[in-house]
Unconditional design. Structure first.
Length: 419
């Protein structure tokens, strides 16, 4: 028994040592404050204990000499299907969508596959946390904020649910690159759009009635899992993420959220620039998709997707970047870099990858900046993470150093040896 206790205590000490260390000599970018040249950063038990120009080195702590390197908070991708989809063309590897239009009870977190090849590829480029979200239908289900490290979904979970996903009904009458081909006749498209919109309103009304019946303790009340999942949304505890691309859909989504008195976050709002003042007035954050996109309309400026982040920043709208992808998530920093090239201040681009998403998702006390008490999600690089030539030297998630090997690197090394 004594020997067993000794082994157990030794294991605890080893675990503590694995996520405790001191970085010394690097330039530290807290994001929430000024840079610290030749700084020191102490991590204890997975959290940031101290950060500054000079710190006392605790006895026995691991010291990482980082002279000439840069330290940033881990990057956050605010919209992916990582862990839910592996190869889009192979149906058996895609677990993003359920049958039916209304599935608020679906939890993305329990479907996350921790052994996905996309996870090590993505984190090797400095992304330490992502939103993994379901898709399809009208109400797709509950998204999760996960760390890109862990043996199980329980270990990966940061917060779940973190939002409810809504694919807002749209009036679609054309398709093709610039809408040059008819998708369906206008009258048919309008009828389908109105039907879906009416069903959405009816579903929320049904959820309100359920909420009232539960509070009143109505006789014969029966638990409904779909309605139960809607309660945090109706109570304002869980944000409603609405995918609305065009101006009309954005305005209708805002009106819908106001009518239902729910917290709104807009996603993929590519025409948000047309309603930027309204978004600022209503204090509605936006999750921006890839900047490397073609214009929506034939007569739109060629660089509209590139300049959108700068326009929202100028208008005072809070936003974060997302890849809305699995395989493309690794390129998230370069999406922000393109926005910098077209007018977005560099510091704002970094915040839109770190601090702003943490605040939008309600985890600003845990992630998003290098501050005392926050989780030690850190990346150590040899340069600006928005530059394609920058190499990520270390990645730490909750203070644990993460292996940077991945399938892309293995293939590179393999074919580099080809005669």
């Amino acid at each position: 028994m004594k020997a067993l206790c000794v082994c157990w205590l030794s294991a605890l000490c080893l675990c503590a040592a694995e996520n405790s260390f001191l970085l010394r000599g690097a330039r530290i970018h807290p994001v929430s404050g000024p840079k610290i040249p030749n700084g020191m950063l102490l991590v204890k038990d997975g959290r940031i204990a101290e950060v500054g120009a000079r710190l006392a080195v605790p006895k026995g702590v691991r010291v990482i000499e980082a002279k000439g390197l840069e330290v940033y908070p881990g990057l956050i991708d605010s919209g992916t299907q990582i862990g839910l989809a592996e190869v889009s063309a192979v149906r058996e590897t895609v677990d993003t969508t359920e049958i039916g239009d209304f599935n608020p009870q679906l939890r993305a977190i329990i479907a996350v596959h921790p052994a996905s090849e996309h996870i090590p590829v993505t984190r090797a480029n400095g992304i330490t946390a992502v939103i993994s979200a379901p898709a399809g239908g009208i109400i797709s289900g509950q998204a999760a904020l996960i760390h890109l490290d862990g043996w199980t979904w329980e270990q990966m979970q940061v917060r779940a649910p973190v939002s409810m996903i809504l694919q807002f009904p749209v009036l679609r009458t054309a398709q093709g690159r610039f809408g040059t081909r008819a998708a369906q006749p206008y009258t048919e498209a309008k009828r389908d759009y109105e039907r879906r919109l009416q069903r959405l309103h009816e579903f929320f009304e049904q959820a309100r009635h359920y909420q009232q019946a539960k509070k009143a303790g109505a006789p014969g009340f029966k638990t409904d899992l779909k309605m139960e999942a809607m309660l945090p949304v109706l109570e304002g505890k869980l944000p409603l993420v609405v995918h609305a691309v065009r101006e009309r859909a954005i305005r209708e989504a805002i009106a819908f959220a106001e009518k239902q008195k729910v917290r709104l976050v807009l996603a993929e709002a590519r025409e948000a620039w047309k309603v930027a003042d309204l978004l600022k007035q209503k204090n509605i954050p936006v999750i921006l998709g890839p900047t490397l996109e073609l214009p929506l309309e034939e007569d739109d400026p060629y660089d509209k997707a590139y300049t959108l982040p700068a326009e929202l920043h100028k208008a005072g709208v809070k936003f974060a970047f997302a890849s809305f992808s699995t395989s493309f998530a690794r390129n998230l920093p370069y999406q922000a870099a393109m926005a910098v090239a077209f007018g977005l201040p560099h510091e704002e681009a970094l915040k839109a990858l770190t601090l702003y998403p943490a605040e939008i998702w309600g985890v600003g006390d845990l992630l998003g900046s290098i501050e005392k008490g926050k989780l030690a999600d850190l990346i150590v690089t040899d340069g600006d993470p928005l530059e394609t030539r920058t190499q990520v030297k270390y990645v730490f998630i909750e203070g644990r150093e993460v292996d940077l090997s991945n399938k892309h690197l293995r293939l590179y090394e393999k074919y580099s040896q080809r005669p």
